[in-house]
Design a protein around this ligand. Structure first.
Ligand code: HEM
Ligand code: HEM
Length: 174
């Protein structure tokens, strides 16, 4: 049977991850401007970013698994093309929420520096590999920007449905 709104677990994950993702994107952009001096300030904010990034990476795996397992949520009553576009946008959001932390993690593995998870040094998974690091860095940056743009589109679509079409969309995600 199809549900007409998202279940409690999906709703909790949606809003928790929305807040964490926006904070994480802002932190990522801000920390790059920190000076490369000997105070360790830059390194410690990088560690904060990596730790929360790994939390987000675990959360998206959980969320993806749940999205595949939970009962289907009925599409909004609107034209078939619009339903397909919304589904495609949601799938792309999921894909980016997976690729962004994965590329960040792999980039850090290939940098050769130890990765800390809230202070705990993780086992070393690889040696320094310059080309791999460069590639993952570019992917991390590009996918994070794409995610930010898609989130903006997602919020614009929400505003349009909620306030122009008056679909009471928020009822489905609370
Ligand atoms: C980081 C930001 C966000 C991300 C990555 C995100 C992602 C998603 C995804 C993937 C879905 C599909 C449902 C699912 O399977 O979980 C969804 C649904 C939804 N989102 Fe977001 N979201 C974000 C922020 C927001 C914000 C700020 C709003 C509103 C102000 C919002 C409102 C909604 C609503 C109402 C739905 C349900 C759509 C429906 O009825 O089918 N989201 N979101
Ligand atoms: C969903 C989670 C994540 C988001 C949204 C995110 C977002 C960002 C953003 C926006 C930047 C700035 C990019 C730029 O302008 O060049 C950045 C940089 C960076 N992030 Fe993440 N990040 C996430 C997860 C991770 C993880 C899991 C790691 C490593 C374990 C990581 C490591 C880094 C590093 C080292 C940088 C500095 C630039 C580079 O070397 O690529 N990030 N991140």
């Amino acid at each position: 049977m199809q549900r007409i709104r998202y279940d409690r677990f999906s709703v909790t994950l949606h809003w928790l991850m929305a807040a964490l993702l926006l904070g994480q994107i802002a932190l990522g952009m801000w920390m790059l401007g920190l000076p490369k001096d000997s105070t360790g300030l830059r390194a410690s904010w990088f560690n904060v970013h990596k730790s929360w990034g790994m939390v987000l990476g675990l959360l998206i795996v959980l969320r993806l698994a749940w999205a595949l397992l939970r009962p289907r949520v009925a599409a909004l009553p609107q034209a078939r093309t619009m339903q397909q576009l919304a589904a495609a946008a949601h799938r792309l959001l999921y894909a980016l929420m997976f690729v962004v932390p994965l590329s960040g993690f792999l980039g850090s593995v290939f940098s050769g520096y130890p990765i800390r998870f809230f202070g705990i040094v993780l086992p070393k998974l690889g040696q320094r590999w310059e080309a791999g690091k460069e590639l993952m860095s570019a992917l991390h940056q590009g996918s994070a920007v794409a995610l930010l743009l898609l989130i903006a589109l997602h919020v614009a679509a929400f505003v349009y449905h909620q306030f122009v079409l008056k679909h009471a969309l928020i009822q489905r995600m609370r």
